[in-house]
Design a protein around this ligand. Structure first.
Ligand code: CS2
Length: 492
């Protein structure tokens, strides 16, 4: 039987072990959202910081609902193999920065204690866009979000992110323990401000005397996070075993590239993340805009078009010359909505992104990226479209991406095969059974859903016509042909 990866397991040559003794370092961070992205990103920067500068900064990983991540990690002493895949090499390293893995549902007392421990100075978060229960129009809570509704009903037994953090911050104050810094690592614009406004509104409803404390004493630095991390597949597990000779049920596969830009506001300290290459800046916003609009925006566009054109992986999209031209067009259109960012060359960034997307060793599924479109489109496509609109720039690239998303929400391929939308708004986005829809009725039905499309785009006849024209083509000739005619029309 193959031995399991643990703290004691011997690693073969070529697999990098932690360059420090993990057990000699205490805990300092609770991370909420124990998915592959955290394990490929913040946990790796922390691993590098512990190796370079030490400190009691190991991570207590917490998932809110699923017990699987803790069940995978706990028998392995929190260790896992990270496989970093560039175009010409694959490297395996074992990450030692995670001290424990817990699940709120099954280990509630331990999670609550970790959140209240004076040693916990940072709570970082990756729960995906839809995990917050945010009402984008007000910046406050969305009471119809299941976790928000549950926590409003029982604030003393929180299940969701907002309820849990408000509870923990109140409990720390009651115990006389200074607050932790809240570090949002999800792809949301001004993510720190957004989480502060979410928690403040939650507190207004269930702990009103905490509101001042939240606004005055708790730091919410904004961050831009980047590392393309496909969902784990059976091939990832097999690769980890082939590279390490050990069984590792918690392994993660990712690209070699990584980037982290952070506002340096950590009143109770932080790991030396700069030793792993993190960049500390006074204002993250321009970096966030660049990444959300260029990387994530073109990702969403290529996911909807690519999935419907029959491309399983992003690398296949990049091998389709027509579609890859539209990816470049999208990147350029998104770049032109940005203010100049000193030290960053957007043309260079575009080249780097297309090379990253084309990485032949990453099995990054278009279907994975296509998930949760209603939560992603506003910051990725509509915000730059609106800026472009205000500046009088061409809107074709954004209209094409919007049409592709709307086409995707219909839930059937051009061959009439059904697929699951996987979107919190699925029920509202999906067409009414039996309804006969045209491009215009699909557009009007979706664009007018509350909170989906910004008002000023909604009232633009030019925008509406540009999206409908493209959606009409996608519906009548199919995605593959629509892609080719978009290229022909645009001269991309
Ligand atoms: C992707 C992101 O799934 C998606 O929506 O666009 O997860 C993307 O891979 C990361 O943000 C890269 O840093």
């Amino acid at each position: 039987m193959t031995q399991r990866l643990t703290a004691r397991a011997a690693l073969p040559e070529g697999v990098t072990p932690p360059a420090y003794d993990p057990a000699a370092h205490g805990e300092g961070i609770v991370h909420i959202g124990l998915g592959a992205f955290h394990k490929a990103h913040q946990a790796v920067y922390t691993d590098d910081a512990l190796a370079a500068a030490g400190g009691d900064w190991r991570i207590v990983g917490v998932s809110l609902r699923s017990a699987a991540p803790a069940e995978e990690l706990s028998p392995q002493d929190g260790r896992y193999t990270l496989i970093e895949r560039s175009v010409d090499s694959s490297r395996a390293r074992v990450v030692g920065s995670m001290s424990r893995a817990l699940c709120l549902k099954t280990d509630r007392p331990a999670v609550l204690e970790a959140l209240c421990a004076p040693s916990t100075r940072i709570v970082s978060i990756t729960v995906t866009e839809k995990g917050y229960g945010l009402n984008r129009a007000t910046g406050g809570i969305d009471p119809s979000h299941p976790a928000i509704a549950a926590d409003l009903a029982r604030p003393d037994a929180p299940e969701g992110l907002a309820g849990l953090l408000v509870w923990a911050l109140a409990e720390r104050r009651r115990r006389g323990v200074p607050p932790f810094t809240v570090l949002c690592c999800d792809n949301l614009p001004e993510n720190g401000h957004l989480v502060r406004s979410l928690l403040t509104d939650m507190a207004r409803h269930c702990a009103p005397d905490l509101v001042d404390h939240l606004t005055r004493d708790v730091a919410f630095p904004c961050t831009m996070v980047d590392r393309i991390t496909p969902a784990r597949s059976p091939d990832t597990l097999a690769l980890a075993q082939a590279m390490t000779g050990l069984e590792d049920r918690a392994t993660v596969e990712t690209e070699a590239f990584r980037q982290w830009v952070i506002e340096d506001r950590f009143p109770t300290g932080r790991p030396a993340w700069e030793t792993g290459g993190a960049l500390f800046v006074p204002d993250v916003r321009p970096f966030e805009d660049m990444k959300l609009r260029m990387l994530n925006g073109s990702h969403s566009m290529l996911a909807y078009t690519g999935f419907l054109a029959g491309h399983k992986y992003v690398r296949d999209v990049m091998g389709d010359s027509a579609l890859s031209q539209l990816v470049t067009r999208h990147l350029e259109a998104a770049a032109s909505t940005l203010d100049p960012l000193p030290g960053v060359d957007f043309a260079q960034y575009t080249k780097q992104l297309t090379a990253r997307f084309a990485n032949p060793h990453l099995g990054h599924e278009t279907y994975q990226i296509a998930m949760d479109g209603s939560e992603k489109m506003p910051q990725r496509i509509f915000a730059p479209a609106l800026d472009g609109f205000d500046k009088g720039q061409p809107l074709e690239a954004f209209a094409f991406a919007t049409a592709a998303w709307m086409r995707y929400t219909l839930g059937r391929t051009d061959e009439n095969e059904a697929y699951d939308l996987r979107d919190p708004l699925s029920a509202k986005l999906a067409p009414t059974i039996g309804a006969s829809e045209t491009a215009a009725t699909v557009y009007d039905r979706i664009a007018n859903l509350p909170g989906v499309c910004p008002e000023r785009l909604l009232t633009s006849a030019q925008w509406r016509a540009a999206v409908i024209e493209r959606l009409e083509r996608m519906l009548s000739v199919g995605m593959q042909t629509a892609i080719r005619s978009e290229v022909a029309q645009s001269g991309a």
